[in-house]
Write a protein that binds this ligand. Structure first.
Ligand SMILES: [Zn+2]
Length: 535
């Protein structure tokens, strides 16, 4: 056996770099049922090891020697380490001991489903979970429930047990198969994908909803796209929960919706959510009163039941969620690279995404603007640039007007900046992004003098960006309401009272105040925003 007695040993670091490749598998009904059976046995086995291991951990911690070892000051490193190592040895709490345990537990009918190496990797997994509790990184371990099952199983060897093979075919390009027991599951391989061309070798199967995937650990480095070149411009950004205004100092300005491609996915997700709700209701009528409202639950209330179809829907939703997250990440990456191509000095206001989460939960959940900023920061850093986040409290870019130097709060519904001093009308997010672009990040206080010259060149670009966004909306692109573009064919407020309701709804929480002053004399003072509202 490769593993030695030494404790705290990290999984041996391979010197050769590796990467992961995931391929979908074709499974017929019979094959899928057998795979499910294997995974179910894997689940029970994992739970058995976890339970036995948890007992060992409890006994070890109850030993007075454990408290004594903890009392050794951290400065006496050697002594402390030796004391803990002795305890682990005595109670069999090590990866090696868990492999021994796995050997004993893998008996009779279990062995038919689970080969020795898979059992060993499951034991390692259980050990790692318990060890996190042992060293205080986790509070408890989770047993795998029957309904959720084991998501994946892993083999660390490519010559025995579950493995992946390539076989030559008549068409020239080889076919890939996952071999597991007596089943051969063909994999769907896109040979034109440059990542695949590296040639797969072995290990691991993952289950996702009703589908199976094989995950291969491949030697070598993943395929990298040709290096992106970084631009030299400075870019001002104004990030909203659903939209992004991009204003470089020189290049073209843009107003784009965030992650618009995710809308259909998010819709499908909500449908699954509603379906789960219906299934839960159908299976638990005793938890609802005759008006269909959920009853208050006291102690001793009957347990909630989960129907099989409910569990299936939950699995599908989980799979969908993983996919959505991956899709979002790639969209963020694309946007970040597109920005860096223009310039790698980026200035934006530091925002509280936590606060947004409370207020615009749905769209923030879909577009994840905070993650976008993190992604952007990493991408920019890779090219030697900087992302400056200036404090919103001192800058107040969304309220500032460079023509008269006044800061005036705009109500949320007012999507244009138009000031009596002659600036505007211009879309407010684009205007904030413009102000950010020409800000000095070391002294982020907007001053009028700074903006006079840049405004000459920028005004036309901002107007053009807004016009382009309008064009795209007309062509059918879905744009968030916050961009201030009337949707093609959208219902427009017909009467003032109707408009009032809608506006009040938009300007929730505190913003109502600003709205109340709306009916003051129409005479505009410098710095006062006009009442003009598009749409
Ligand atoms: Zn002004």
């Amino acid at each position: 056996m490769r593993n030695t007695h030494t404790e705290e040993r990290k999984p041996s670091r391979t010197k050769t770099p590796t990467f992961l490749l995931e391929l979908p598998l074709f499974a017929e009904a019979g094959q899928a049922a057998r795979m499910d059976a294997h995974l179910e046995v894997g689940r029970q086995f994992y739970n058995a090891v976890l339970s036995a291991g948890a007992r060992r951990l409890r006994r070890m911690r109850a030993d007075p020697a454990w408290q004594a070892a903890r009392a050794i000051p951290r400065t006496e490193m050697q002594e402390r380490k030796a004391a803990f190592a002795a305890l682990r040895e005595r109670y069999g709490f090590s990866e090696y001991a868990f492999h021994e345990l796995a050997r004993k537990l893998r008996v009779a009918w279990l062995a038919e489903h689970l080969d020795a190496v898979l059992a060993q990797t499951l034991a390692s997994r259980a050990y790692r979970a318990l060890n996190r509790v042992c060293v205080g990184k986790a509070h408890r371990v989770r047993f795998k429930s029957k309904s959720r099952g084991l998501d994946s199983i892993e083999n660390k060897r490519s010559d025995t047990g579950m493995r992946f093979v390539l076989e030559p075919s008549v068409e020239g390009r080889p076919h890939g198969f996952l071999l597991w027991h007596d089943d051969r599951l063909p994999a769907l391989i896109d040979w034109d994908d440059p990542v695949v061309a590296y040639g797969p070798r072995a290990r691991g199967a993952d289950r996702e909803g009703e589908r199976f995937y094989v995950q291969l650990v491949l030697k070598g480095l993943p395929h990298h796209k040709p290096k992106h070149t970084a631009g030299t411009d400075t870019i001002g950004l104004d990030l909203g929960p659903q939209s992004l205004a991009i204003v470089p100092r020189q290049a073209e300005a843009q107003l784009v919706p965030l992650c618009a491609e995710l809308r259909p996915d998010a819709r499908a997700m909500r449908r699954l959510q509603r379906r789960m709700e219906r299934q839960r209701r159908a299976a638990n009528p005793e938890h609802y009163d005759d008006k269909g409202r959920p009853k208050k639950r006291g102690k001793g209330a009957p347990r909630w039941k989960e129907s099989r179809s409910y569990q299936a829907t939950r699995r599908r939703k989980a799979a969908r969620e993983r996919k959505l997250a991956a899709h979002r990440k790639s969209l963020h990456g694309r946007l970040a690279h597109q920005l860096v191509r223009t310039g790698n000095t980026i200035i934006t206001e530091k925002l509280s995404y936590k606060g947004w989460q409370k207020r615009y939960g749905k769209s923030v959940g879909r577009c994840a603007p905070g993650m976008l900023i993190d992604h952007l920061r990493r991408t920019v850093a890779k090219t030697g640039g900087t992302l400056h986040e200036v404090p919103i409290r001192s800058t107040k870019l969304s309220q500032f007007c460079h023509g008269c130097g006044k800061t005036v709060k705009k109500p949320l519904w007012q999507r244009l900046h138009q000031c009596a001093c002659g600036i505007g009308p211009v879309q407010r997010d684009l205007y904030s992004a413009f102000l950010a672009a020409f800000l000095d990040p070391t002294d982020p206080l907007p001053s009028c003098a700074r903006y006079v010259v840049p405004w000459e060149g920028a005004e036309a670009r901002l107007v053009a960006a807004y016009e382009r966004a309008k064009e795209r909306a007309k062509e059918g692109q879905v744009v968030p309401r916050s961009m201030g573009i009337p949707r093609a064919g959208a219902r427009l407020p017909k009467s003032l009272s109707e408009a009032t309701q809608e506006l009040l709804f938009l300007s929730n929480r505190g913003k109502v105040e600003a709205w109340k002053h709306r009916s003051e004399p129409p005479l505009l003072q410098p710095g006062e925003p006009s009442e003009l509202r598009q749409g």
